[in-house]
Design a protein around this ligand. Structure first.
Ligand code: 2RA
Length: 338
């Protein structure tokens, strides 16, 4: 059923990718409306050979919209998602504003597509955090096979997670270093070039960052098992596109490395890249610009019974945000609207 779609935050890194995904996947569109702040007035975004002008977001922007994709920050989503829903649009929100609201489904189509039907409660569906999405795509088949009891994850997150400004900060710092110039970090608390910062988002009193707590709380909601124990350490690294994660799990029932490889090879949205003898394992450069979640370095944990280690990479702007949101919109258009 052709839909009237609005993209709110269309000139940002994720919003722009949302438009690219709508075009690449030939989403059934009857109308495309691009919304952004006054700062972006005059900008256009290409779609199917046309340069679509950006319109300024306001409370009347959603009168004739069926699906509104949001990626404009938490405060814009907090204010405008309910306005869009009240106007009759179904909101797919990429911010963290609504993710843990019990009346809002938090969805990764490969993991819990059935939860999309709960959109009727508030008219809002939440898109999970990029680092959570790739992890649950990889872990869902293993949870089904052996019931995950505990997850310990360390992430290596690309600077594009902070948007264009994060990319420019890294490139500007590298250029300054090359030219022997001083540079003052603006986007990150310290130099990111040639460095690794264990600091993504604010620190909580318990010593975890908000980013790490998102992985803990969102994983349990998406998989639908509050008994899963999760600990995360989220690190920013000087990579432009593609988040990487070292994931360790403990399962109730033993899963061998071969059983894990076989289950992952059949899993939706997963590509197994696991032949270390040939230097074949996932990397950010390998996943950048693509949608699959790459899984490799699969091995049985030598430190505990029923443990597995693996290495997971995915493009944080595509599957980690834009593609996941558009996949949700595709299911909405095909199964719930019209
Ligand atoms: C980051 N996951 O990587 C956060 C938000 N995209 O910065």
């Amino acid at each position: 059923n052709p839909c009237r779609v609005a993209v709110c935050g269309a000139t940002g890194a994720v919003g722009n990718q949302m438009v690219r995904c709508l075009e690449e996947r030939d989403f059934p569109l009857s109308e495309l409306k691009l919304l952004a702040s006054k700062r972006s007035l005059g900008k256009t975004v290409p779609y199917k050979g046309e340069d679509i002008p950006v319109q300024v977001l306001d409370k009347d922007s959603f009168q004739d919209v069926d699906i509104a994709l949001f990626s404009a920050g938490g405060s814009v989503s907090k204010e405008f998602a309910p306005i869009a829903a009240a106007s009759g649009a179904v909101v797919v929100d990429n911010s963290s504003a609504w993710r843990m609201d019990p009346e809002v489904p938090l969805v990764v189509p490969e993991v819990n597509p059935g939860d999309i039907a709960q959109y009727k409660t508030k008219g809002i569906i939440a898109n999970p955090n990029c680092s959570t999405i790739q992890m649950v795509v990889a872990l869902k088949p293993l949870h089904d096979l052996g019931k995950i009891e505990r997850i310990v994850v360390s992430t290596y997150q690309a600077v594009s997670g902070t948007g264009q400004k994060g990319i420019f900060e890294l490139l500007d710092q590298l250029r300054a270093m090359h030219e022997g110039r001083h540079f003052e970090p603006k986007v990150y608390p310290q130099q990111i070039a040639l460095n690794a910062l264990p600091h993504i988002a604010a620190f909580d009193p318990n010593g975890y960052t908000e980013e790490e707590l998102k992985m803990v709380n969102e994983t349990r909601k998406i998989i639908g098992d509050a008994s899963i124990m999760v600990s995360a350490t989220c690190v920013r690294v000087p990579v432009i596109y593609g988040h990487s994660e070292a994931v360790n799990i403990k399962t109730a029932r033993k899963i061998t490395a071969d059983q894990a490889r076989q289950a992952l090879a059949k899993a939706p949205g997963v590509k197994v890249v696991d032949n270390p003898a040939e230097n074949e394992y996932p990397t950010p450069l390998m996943c950048a610009g693509t949608d699959p979640t790459l899984v490799g370095r699969i091995r049985e944990d030598i430190s505990q019974e029923n443990g597995l280690d693996m290495w997971v990479c995915a493009d944080n702007i595509r599957k980690g945000a834009a593609t996941n949101a558009v996949q949700i919109a595709e299911i909405l258009a095909a199964e719930h609207l019209g």
